[in-house]
Design a binder for this molecule. Structure first.
Ligand code: SF4
Length: 177
């Protein structure tokens, strides 16, 4: 492929640590910079998910309605979709709320623990889904990169392999669980 690979990154219900780990690849990113461009995500100023994404790296679990719509859009517009980090792979930290009823969680956060203006917001906040879910329970995922966060070396290995036209083999490089 002569053109640059179009990469999107996205951040659903996560802490941004996986994106920080991506940036921690540091100067090695420069060695492959001529091979790809980032067309969507928190690292660039793109408001809409574009068509024709080659690789989407997605951090975080699917926890609310906005996450759900975004992951479906990313899936529809990406050739390859990668779960980046344990929140995307297993739902990890966001899933800690799963055993508790939604109403109880909202009450705890917005009323019991609020210092002022105690009310559950009705506008401007996307509705929570009943459970925080890993990406593969919602859309087809092509590759899982585990870790909390995944090591920069592991992320770079995957990107370098994909840019070379190979499917990354993580069997001996990554540990799940
Ligand atoms: S996997 Fe870890 S570092 Fe990544 S978003 Fe989740 S909590 Fe943060």
């Amino acid at each position: 492929m002569n053109r640059k690979i179009r990469i999107a990154t996205s951040w659903l219900d996560g802490c941004s640590g996986c994106h920080m780990s991506f940036l921690d690849i540091d100067e090695r990113l420069l060695t492959v910079l001529d091979k790809f461009e980032i067309v969507y995500g928190p690292l660039v100023d793109a408001k809409q998910v574009p068509e024709g994404i080659d690789v989407a790296l997605v951090e975080g679990a699917v926890s609310n309605q906005d996450d759900l719509e975004l992951i479906q859009q990313l899936r529809a517009r990406s050739s390859l979709l990668i779960s980046l980090g344990d929140c995307a792979v297993t739902s990890n930290v966001p899933a800690m709320r799963n055993p508790h009823p939604l109403g109880k969680i909202l009450e705890r956060v917005y009323i019991e623990n609020a210092q002022a203006d105690q009310q559950i917001p009705a506008n401007g906040v996307p509705p929570l889904l009943r459970h925080a879910r890993p990406l593969h329970e919602v859309v087809k995922v092509d590759l899982h990169i585990p870790g909390c966060p995944p090591a920069p070396d592991l992320i770079f290995h995957c990107i370098a392999e994909l840019l070379a036209g190979r499917t990354p083999n993580l069997e001996t490089r990554a540990r799940f669980g």
